[in-house]
Write a protein that binds this ligand. Structure first.
Ligand SMILES: Cc1ncc(COP(=O)(O)O)c(C=O)c1O
Length: 389
C-alpha cells in the first residue's frame, strides 16, 4: 500500500502487555471460554455516591462543557493540597506545586520528556511497572535497570548503585508502596534516597498510587525535609477512590519542576472536563471511613487470593500493601509464564506472570484483588481441580 516506516523510537517498544493480553482474553471469551481475569488492577467497586452525584449535576450546567485550564481548576488543586496535608502531613502550595494530571500514567511520560534528553541515564526498578521503561525508551534515554530483591525488602540497594558511574543519570523511578511486590518503604529509606538524589543530582520520582490500599499509614516521600528540592511525587484517584476510568491524578513538586512538566503537558492536552474535576474534589474530601470500607472488602478478598496461592504452593509475605498478592512460584515450574499458561489454557483463569515486570519477576506471579469474592471462589475451585489432577 505504501512504504512508510514508523519512527525508530517506536521500534524500541511493544504494545503494552495488558493491551495485548486483554485482546487475547476477549478472543477466548468470544470462542465461548468462561474466562476469569485475575490479572489487572482495575477497581471493580464504584466511587463514592457523592462523587457520582456531583458529576451528574455538574454535567447539566451549560457552561461546564468548554475547554478547561491547563493547570486544572483551582478547586481541584486546593483539594489535592488539603488531601496531602490531611493524610500525609505534607504542605504544598496549590498554585505552584501541584499539577493535576489525567492519571499518573501520563505523568510518567511527561516527566520523562521534561527531564531526559536522548542518551541521558534513567534508573528504573526491576521488577517494576513497565511504563517507566517504555516511556524512557520512547524518549531514547539510556535505561539503567536496578534490581529489587526480596531479601532486601524489595528496596533498591543504594550502596551498590553508588559503585556505578552515575554521572550520566538524571532521573530515578521509585514506587512505594511498590507494585508488583506489595513492599512498603520506611521513612528512613525515603531519607536515604533523597540524600542519594541530592548527592548525585538525580531527580527522584516516587510513583505513589497505592498508599491507601491495605496500608495502615499512607506515606509520601515529600514528608522528608527538603524532599521537594529534588523529588517529584505522582499520585492518583484510580485506586484510592475507585476512579481508574476517570483518569485523575496529580504531580507534586517544587514550582520549577512543575513548570517543566507543564511545558510538556500543555502542548499535549487541553484540560480536563470540568464536572469530572469538581467530582474529583468531592472524592478528595471524603473522610477516612471511605478508605476503611474499601479496605474491609479488599481484606476479605485477600484471604481468598492467599488461599489460591496456597493451592498453587506459592509463598508470599502476608504484610503486603496495595491491591495485589505477589508470590513466589514453586521450583517445579520453568518460570511464571509456564504456570500462568497452565492455568489460563487449563481452566480459563488468567493470573499475571511476574516476568512481565522484568527478569527478577520471573519466579513470581501476581493476583489482583479487583474481583468479587464469588468469582474468586469460582477461580479457586477451578484452580484446585487442575492442580490436583
Ligand atoms: C505503579 C503504577 N503506577 C501508575 C499506574 C497508573 O495509574 P493511573 O491510573 O493513575 O494512570 C499504575 C496502574 O496500574 C501502577 O500500577
Amino acid at each position: 500500500m505504501n512504504n512508510i516506516q514508523p519512527a525508530d523510537r517506536i521500534n524500541q517498544v511493544e504494545e503494552y502487555y495488558f493491551s495485548i493480553k486483554l485482546k487475547e482474553l476477549d478472543k477466548l471469551r468470544k470462542e465461548g471460554k468462561p474466562i476469569i481475569n485475575l490479572g489487572i488492577g482495575n477497581p471493580d467497586m464504584a466511587p463514592a455516591p457523592e462523587v457520582i452525584e456531583e458529576i451528574t449535576q455538574q454535567s447539566q450546567v451549560e457552561t461546564n462543557h468548554g475547554y478547561q485550564s491547563y493547570v486544572g481548576i483551582p478547586e481541584l488543586r486546593e483539594a489535592f493540597s488539603s488531601w496531602y496535608e490531611r493524610y500525609y502531613s505534607v504542605k504544598t502550595d496549590a498554585n505552584t506545586e501541584i499539577l493535576p494530571l489525567m492519571g499518573s500514567k501520563e505523568g510518567i511520560m511527561h516527566i520523562t520528556l521534561a527531564f531526559l534528553n536522548p542518551g541521558d541515564g534513567v534508573l528504573v526498578p526491576n521488577p517494576g511497572y513497565p511504563t517507566y521503561a517504555s516511556a524512557s525508551k520512547i524518549a531514547q534515554a539510556t535505561l539503567i535497570p536496578y534490581n529489587l530483591d526480596e531479601n532486601n525488602g524489595w528496596l533498591p540497594n543504594l550502596d551498590e548503585l553508588e559503585k556505578q558511574d552515575l554521572s550520566n543519570v538524571k532521573l530515578m523511578w521509585i514506587n512505594y508502596p511498590n507494585m508488583p511486590t506489595g513492599a512498603n518503604a520506611s521513612i528512613s529509606f525515603f531519607e536515604k534516597v533523597i540524600a542519594f538524589g541530592k548527592k548525585h543530582n538525580i531527580v527522584i520520582c516516587n510513583d505513589n498510587p497505592y498508599s491507601f490500599i491495605l496500608n495502615d499509614s499512607p506515606q509520601s516521600i515529600l514528608s522528608i525535609e527538603g524532599a521537594k528540592d529534588i523529588a517529584i511525587e505522582l499520585n492518583s484517584l484510580s485506586k484510592s477512590h475507585n476512579m481508574a476510568g476517570w483518569r485523575v491524578g496529580a504531580a507534586f513538586s517544587n514550582p520549577t519542576f512543575i513548570q517543566y512538566i507543564l511545558r510538556v503537558k500543555s502542548n499535549m492536552d487541553s484540560g480536563m472536563f470540568k464536572p469530572l474535576q469538581l467530582a474529583a474534589v468531592k472524592a478528595l474530601q471524603l473522610n477516612s471511613n471511605w478508605y476503611s470500607a474499601v479496605n474491609e472488602e479488599y481484606k476479605q478478598r485477600r484471604v481468598l487470593v492467599q488461599e489460591i496461592m496456597d493451592i498453587l504452593e506459592c509463598t508470599y509475605d502476608t504484610n503486603q500493601t496495595g491491591m495485589f498478592v505477589w508470590a513466589r512460584i514453586p521450583d517445579k515450574y520453568k518460570d511464571s509464564g509456564e504456570l500462568s499458561d497452565k492455568i489460563l489454557y487449563g481452566v480459563d483463569v488468567f493470573i499475571t506472570p511476574g516476568l512481565i515486570f522484568g527478569e527478577t519477576g520471573k519466579r513470581y506471579i501476581r493476583i489482583s484483588l479487583c474481583t468479587k469474592q464469588e468469582v474468586l471462589i469460582e477461580a479457586k475451585e477451578r484452580i484446585e481441580k487442575i492442580i490436583k489432577q
